[in-house]
Write a protein that binds this ligand. Structure first.
Ligand SMILES: Nc1nc2c(ncn2[C@@H]2O[C@H](COP(=O)(O)OP(=O)(O)OP(=O)(O)O)[C@@H](O)[C@H]2O)c(=O)[nH]1
Ligand SMILES: [Mg+2]
Length: 626
């Protein structure tokens, strides 16, 4: 490829003087790395600090997650992806090379004539134009041969694979050189911005975010379309430098349409954007527009290319605008991340409340004596009534251990049955509260937009193995109570240390005392007046249950039972909580985002990228309107 020169310059564009600045030849000398370049490059701008601040921001955005389904999540995910792209595609590479060629991204609706316009401006068919919509599916970048190395090396838009051939793959960037295009200026022909093809639309947005200057192409037929205006407003808000082309204007309607468009531009605070009105015309055999039609536009670009000061001002204005837009955008991400954390907390709280309710029910159940009804009471009365209990007690009272042992040998049934009754009663209670808690937690999540996404049908019920775990829990507890009686009661006057039956009987009495709760008396009477128990027996029972030592044991046994149940219910709740945990964004996300955005904003202010207030673009010099 030849380097650019006056002889090769498009006749419509005046000859272009060599660019000023350290990269006048457009690309890096072989072996030069970014580290060799002066920081802030072209004009010694104090941009130091910005690349590091941006790298920090890039990392913070990369680490941000918005997994919970909230209204803000999908927009935040998209915004985060867009910001990451813009940092990689444009901001970071642009900051390292402020003097790199100015990139004009040509955007607009499909069929507006973007490719035709680019081809005509560079006087070569570099981008396919066509009747099949949309035609351009992968971007085409055209630059002067002198600038090719910069674009080829891939700092800018690093995600796009450079190709030398036309391609339909949106992941590629077709690089073409055109000697007719002055150095220092490059055109990127983008897919349509309002495409029916999702990939086209996303790519167009990504490319526009990498532009130093937006050249917006619309037609007489399409200029009122909503999507382009939405994009334009966004770009305007950021201070992106914009120029407009109104293409294919029927000559008879030119005045009216361009007046209307000018009004629209002014109303959107885009009145300062240069507007080029191109009349409808025939394309030549090559598909290029006649030179007289494109002349004002090419002349304008030639002036811009020739004016290093103006180009630099354009770069700095768009760059500064894009940098300034980071803070509010990242604050939005941080807010969305906060919402994620708050939602995760709220979901956890619904689960915790459900399982706290379960623990309360158990605690109440142990206090209000409801477990002493039915089967347990019947078995207890049987146990007491058969005399086994009293015989054991007699063993205690009368120290007639041997007699007791002899008396109950071979008749363990009532004790075993009582123990089983206690077990099944407790297991029933546990199954009931676990089922209720699961249902409550499930319903709580179902009513939350993020919760419903985390649910699985099995969460509506307790774990499959809950019954076995509950049975094991109760048996372990019962063993624990006996152990307690054995150890704690070892020195007590009423427990015969060596008598297994006494331990067993006392243990069962302690369990009953647990169910009868602190104020034993009402149920105590009930318990005591079972199946023909003699008055003497009642007195003994009351004496036993009133005994401080038994009460202490019962308190310990109750606490042990509640602890075990607490653990079981926590395991049940964990089925829910594990799901929020894995979806919960890292706690430091929001802090990191806000801190990094502040750093960028501080560095941007220090850098003073925009120093001029006046218009950064050459004036439009055309015979037509405006
Ligand atoms: N008569 C006439 N035809 C034109 C003009 N500009 C473009 N065309 C034709 O309109 C069709 C679409 O033009 P393109 O340049 O492919 O449009 P585009 O904006 O690049 O379209 P996409 O790549 O699909 O976004 C082609 O057939 C062009 O030859 C013009 O000014 N006059
Ligand atoms: Mg095209």
């Amino acid at each position: 490829m030849t380097t650019h020169g006056d002889s090769a310059t498009h006749p419509g564009a005046p000859a272009v003087a060599a660019r000023t600045g350290p990269a006048a030849e457009g690309d890096l000398p072989a072996g030069t790395t970014e580290a060799d370049l002066p920081a802030g490059t072209a004009e010694g701008l104090p941009t130091q600090g910005l690349p590091a601040a941006l790298a920090g921001l890039r990392a913070a955005i990369g680490a941000a997650r918005f997994p919970l389904t909230l209204p803000s999540a999908e927009p935040a995910r998209r915004a985060a992806a867009g910001l990451s792209h813009q940092l990689d595609d444009y901001l970071l590479p642009r900051l390292t090379r402020l003097d790199a060629p100015l990139l004009v991204v040509v955007g607009g609706s499909t069929g507006a004539g973007k490719s035709t316009l680019v081809n005509s401006l560079v006087q070569a068919r570099v981008s396919a134009a066509g009747v099949l919509r949309p035609t351009t599916r992968s971007p085409v970048l055209v630059c002067n041969p002198a600038d090719a190395a910069w674009f080829r090396q891939g700092d800018l838009l690093p995600g796009l694979t450079r190709t030398n051939e036309p391609s339909d793959d949106p992941g590629t960037l077709h690089l073409v050189t055109a000697p007719a295009l002055p150095a220092g200026l490059a055109f990127l022909d983008a897919p349509d911005i309002d495409s029916v093809v999702d990939a086209n639309r996303a790519l167009a947005g990504q490319l526009l975010a990498a532009a130093d200057l937006w050249l917006f192409v619309t037609t007489a037929a399409r200029y009122a379309d909503a999507v382009p205006w939405e994009l334009l407003r966004g770009a305007r808000a950021r201070g992106t430098v914009i120029a407009m082309v109104l293409d294919r204007v029927p000559p008879e309607a030119a005045d009216e349409i361009s007046a209307h468009l000018s009004e629209m531009l002014a109303a959107q605070d885009l009145g300062a954007a240069p507007l080029f009105v191109l009349p409808e015309t025939w394309v030549d055999g090559q598909g290029l527009l006649p030179e007289r039609v494109t002349a004002p536009l090419s002349a304008w670009f030639a002036r811009l290319a020739a004016d290093a000061e103006a180009r630099s001002a354009v770069v700095r204005q768009t760059l500064d605008g894009a940098l300034a837009a980071l803070h509010p955008a990242v604050t939005g991400l941080a807010d969305a991340a906060d919402e994620q954390v708050a939602a995760a907390d709220a979901l956890d709280e619904r689960v915790r409340a459900a399982y706290r309710g379960a623990e309360r029910t158990v605690d109440q159940g142990l206090r209000d004596g409801r477990l002493l009804r039915g089967e347990v009471l019947a078995r207890w009365q049987e146990f007491v009534g058969t005399g086994e209990f009293f015989r054991t007690l007699e063993a205690r009272i009368g120290r007639l251990r041997d007699r007791v042992v002899a008396a109950v040998t071979g008749r363990p049934a009532p004790a075993a049955e009582l123990r089983t009754a206690i077990e099944s009663q407790l297991v029933t209670l546990l199954r009931g509260v676990a089922a209720e808690a699961a249902e409550n937690a499930y319903t709580g999540w179902k009513a939350h937009p993020a919760g419903v996404e985390l649910l699985a049908p099995e969460l509506a019920h307790p774990s499959d193995d809950l019954p076995e775990r509950a049975e094991r829990l109760v048996r372990d507890w019962q063993r624990g109570v006996l152990e307690l009686v054995r150890v704690e009661g070892g020195d007590r006057r009423f427990v015969a240390r060596t008598a297994a039956y006494a331990v067993n009987a006392t243990g069962l009495a302690v369990m009953i005392a647990v169910f009868a709760s602190t104020a034993f008396i009402p149920t105590g009477l009930e318990v005591a007046t079972g199946a023909g128990t003699a008055v003497a027996g009642q007195a003994v029972l009351q004496a036993i249950f009133g005994d401080q030592a038994v009460r202490n044991l019962a308190n310990k046994a109750r606490k042990d039972l509640l602890d075990r149940i607490g653990t079981l219910l926590a395991e049940e709740a964990a089925r829910f909580l594990a799901r929020t945990e894995s979806a919960r964004p890292a706690a430091e996300t929001t802090g990191e985002l806000r801190r990094a955005a502040n750093e960028v904003e501080k560095a941007r202010h220090r850098s003073g990228l925009t120093r001029t207030d006046g218009p950064v673009l050459p004036a439009v010099d055309q015979g037509g309107p405006r």
